[in-house]
Design a protein around this ligand. Structure first.
Ligand SMILES: NC(=O)c1ccc[n+]([C@@H]2O[C@H](COP(=O)([O-])OP(=O)(O)OC[C@H]3O[C@@H](n4cnc5c(N)ncnc54)[C@H](OP(=O)(O)O)[C@@H]3O)[C@@H](O)[C@H]2O)c1
Length: 332
């Protein structure tokens, strides 16, 4: 089969499109034929060699795909050939294996999708799962509340906008250009703030009638994170779940110790999906809810581009150039 192989870490040129043996399903495994493969930022970290949970090399990168069951290993009872399924590496021993025509996985791993399921939308579910847990596990977001979503033009941020709307929240999307602002408004965000051209704190104050937002979701980190602490409503929470700019700055403690953050009993939370690595029932709870939403047609990912699998390198280049609005998917 064709696959992308990572033999050494580095820039996108290390992603090699090549022929590898098609896996055979072992007893208790199913072989899944990929229809659509999702591309997510953690794969860029794997490719660079900076992901804390690195697969051993050589490896096929990729953390998710949607497709059909092609073959059953001995003893498999949960699936039949032809079933539509979603595979996320969060259910596998290593966060890898997705950039390929086929993957063999233990039968407990795939999630069954309905007969007519939209496989392209399903291939974006990893972003929705993180967004789901940001809203409902890291925070306890309730209908009627407001959420400021940083990096809203990304794959994960745009999924968070959609799930926030489905949960009855006011979704305020924070983006870095006028083009991204237009796209997120069209996508359904209630309000959009372009941080490259606007005063974010002033816009948040005006949108919330000076009350502040109930929740902030941020993957940038760095010094700027402390600024969010002044934009929160009483008992509001800022969640940090990424380090696109860098790790959180020590000035957060100062910011919490005075001014509006102190008076508002503000909370700061770190979130990583890896907290759920040994909690399959909680992962299944979010995924089953998302699959129900997918079947109902409410999961509509913002797909920026569909590229052939052989162009995985190009997908990584586009994401690194911040040229993407939403998600890139690969077609084997
Ligand atoms: N905690 C977890 O469990 C977990 C799980 C999965 C992913 N993540 C993290 O979630 C973040 C988003 O992932 P994603 O797949 O949605 O990424 P993505 O599609 O590449 O989107 C990232 C967005 O962040 C914005 N951005 C702001 N500062 C940036 C910077 N310095 N470098 C690059 N982009 C920057 C960009 O939009 P603008 O140009 O509009 O600012 C970009 O569109 C990543 O940090 C990833 O590692 C965390």
């Amino acid at each position: 089969m064709k696959a992308i192989l990572l033999s050494r870490t580095g820039d996108p040129s290390v992603l090699e499109y090549t022929e590898v043996p098609t896996p055979r399903p072992q007893p208790g495994e199913v072989l899944v034929k990929a229809d659509t493969i999702g591309v997510s930022r953690p794969e860029l970290l794997v490719r660079r060699g900076t992901y804390p949970w690195m697969p051993s090399l050589p490896a096929i990168p990729g953390i998710e795909l949607a497709g059909t069951v092609a073959e059953l290993g001995a003893g498999v009872t949960r699936f039949a050939v032809g079933d539509r399924v979603y595979v996320t590496a969060r259910e596998l021993a290593v966060r890898a294996g997705g950039y390929a025509e086929y993957i063999a996985v233990p039968e407990r791993a795939p999630f069954l999708l309905g007969a007519g399921a939209d496989l392209e939308a399903a291939a974006c579910l990893s972003n929705y799962q993180v967004a789901w847990h940001l809203l409902h596990t890291a925070a306890r977001a309730a209908s009627g509340q407001s959420v400021l979503i940083g990096q809203a033009s990304g794959g994960l941020g745009s999924a968070a906008v959609q799930l926030a709307k489905l949960a009855g929240l006011t979704a305020i999307a924070l983006v870095g250009s006028a083009e991204k602002a237009r796209a997120l408004k069209d996508y359904g965000a209630d309000h959009v703030i372009d941080y490259s051209a606007e005063d974010v704190a002033a816009r948040v104050a005006s949108i919330t009638n000076n009350v502040g937002v109930d929740l902030v979701l941020d993957a940038a980190g760095g010094k700027g994170f402390a600024n969010y602490l002044t934009m929160l409503a009483p008992f509001g929470m800022a969640v940090s779940y990424g380090k696109l700019i860098g790790k959180l700055d020590a000035n957060i403690v100062d910011a919490l110790d005075k001014g509006p953050a102190y008076l508002h009993s503000t909370a700061v939370r770190i979130f990583t999906m890896h907290t759920l690595d040994d909690k399959p029932a909680i992962r299944a709870q979010s995924m089953n809810d998302l699959i129900a939403k997918l079947a109902a047609g409410s999961i509509r990912p913002l797909i920026h581009a569909r590229l052939p699998l052989k162009d995985a390198r190009r997908a990584h280049e586009m994401i690194e150039a911040r040229d993407v609005i939403g998600k890139i998917v690969l077609k084997p």
